[in-house]
Design a binder for this molecule. Structure first.
Ligand SMILES: [Zn+2]
Length: 153
């Protein structure tokens, strides 16, 4: 049955009220037994079909939920790593700016060396952050692949 041929309710409460009203009638051949939110129109309908899920369907739902949680966690981790990379980049940029200014004023060599060391260290940190972000990305794609496998079954 198409959505427009069924009763449509904007929320669960309205659908439940309608369910109660319809069940009071005495001349029906089929009585609705529950309400559900429609995947197509996103509104709520009544149905006479009892809810039935196989163990496989339940397992699938559980696995999907876990994968979605895992993806959310990884997406957050990726965005944190990206922020870290950006912070390090702008820090390096700033230090390089300082260094350039110091060179212009041709101040002591020793200070420049310290500055260079600091920049080198930051570059190493940036590399590490990039590697970590790549690792998280790979994990994320691996998960997406396993989700696709499950969905294709
Ligand atoms: Zn619908």
């Amino acid at each position: 049955m198409l959505c427009k041929e069924k009763g449509r309710y904007s929320n669960e409460r309205m659908a439940l009220i309608a369910l109660g009203e319809i069940c009071k009638r005495q001349n029906l051949q089929v009585y609705p037994v529950r309400v559900y939110q429609c995947n197509v129109c996103k509104l709520w309908h009544l149905t006479s079909k009892a809810e039935y899920k196989t163990a496989q369907e339940k397992e699938f739902e559980k696995t999907s939920r876990q994968l979605v949680d895992e993806i959310t966690r990884l997406e957050n981790a990726v965005s944190t790593e990206k922020q870290n990379v950006e912070k390090l980049r702008s820090h390096i940029h700033m230090l390089q700016g300082h260094k350039a200014k110091r060179e212009e004023r041709s101040i002591k060599h020793s200070k420049l060396t310290v500055n260079n060391k600091e920049i080198e260290q930051l570059k190493i940190e940036l590399q590490k952050a990039n590697i970590k972000a790549d690792m998280i990305k790979n994990e994320y794609y691996r998960l997406l692949k396993s989700i696709r496998k499950i969905v294709m079954v």
